[in-house]
Write a protein that binds this ligand. Structure first.
Ligand SMILES: [Zn+2]
Length: 246
């Protein structure tokens, strides 16, 4: 496995209700797969939903060698919060995670990849709050999110920018044929370490849609595609690549 290409594996951890399982059981299935293949990951935790409700789960994730990072407090995009609320929520979210894990929280990912030129101020606040890196950048403009010319943001950023790979999301993982996804990861790993991002919802069907998350119709339309094979394919991915946190 040591010669296999390195891949940065990340999860956004927010609440959902899996069918015929508890949230905890779904998380434990994924954690045990990671453990089985000696894979490490970074979990961006939505503190208002997960850290408050399931502190023991956060402790368990950290104790298995994974990195705990911050996904904010509520699930509001940066522009809707504005600087004042952003600072308040993110600071509260970081503090809670640090109290639970007893370790500094160094990374941040905004809901909906909502970092762009208009919300660039958020990076200064993240720096003030003691973050060392941000992973809120989707480096291509799509109908859902992302930015044109991400380089301009990456170069000016006051903290390290860790943009996700364009093809790196769970939705692409489920919708594309596995051979193609695997090929994309392999090809891009020759230039730089790919950054993949998953949700637990990429492996388990939800018992009901979250009304509060305003998922664009495109995401909703694809929410069930590929769920029958995604966990098996995910395990194949863990066998092929050396997964690490940020
Ligand atoms: Zn999220």
């Amino acid at each position: 496995m040591d010669n296999s290409p390195k891949v940065i594996l990340t999860f956004d951890l927010e609440l959902f209700e899996p069918k015929e399982k508890t949230f905890q059981q779904a998380l434990e299935i994924v954690l045990s797969l990671l453990q089985k293949h000696s894979a490490r990951a970074t979990f961006f935790v939505l503190s208002g939903e997960i850290a408050e409700k399931y502190p023991d789960l956060i402790k368990a994730i950290a104790s298995q060698g994974h990195q705990i990072a911050c996904h904010g407090w509520s699930h509001q995009p940066i522009n809707q919060l504005g600087p004042e609320l952003f600072r308040k929520e993110v600071s509260q979210a970081k503090t809670l995670l640090e109290q639970i894990t007893n370790r500094p929280v160094l990374g941040f990912r905004a809901p909906y990849f909502s970092l762009n030129k208009k919300t660039f101020w958020a990076l200064d606040i993240l720096k003030e709050l003691g973050f060392q890196y941000d992973s809120s950048l989707f480096p291509v403009r799509t109908p859902l999110y992302g930015v044109w010319r991400p380089k301009a943001i990456i170069e000016k950023a006051p903290i390290k920018e860790v943009p996700v790979s364009v093809f790196g999301g769970g939705i692409y993982f489920r919708v594309l044929p596995f051979w193609l996804f695997k090929w994309l990861v392999k090809r891009s790993s020759k230039k730089q370490i790919p950054v993949l991002f998953f949700h637990l919802q990429d492996f388990f069907a939800s018992s009901r849609a979250r009304a509060d998350l305003k998922e664009p119709w495109l995401v909703r339309a694809f929410s069930r595609v590929g769920l029958k094979t995604s966990l098996k394919n995910f395990e194949k991915l863990l066998q092929l690549f050396q997964m690490t946190g940020v």
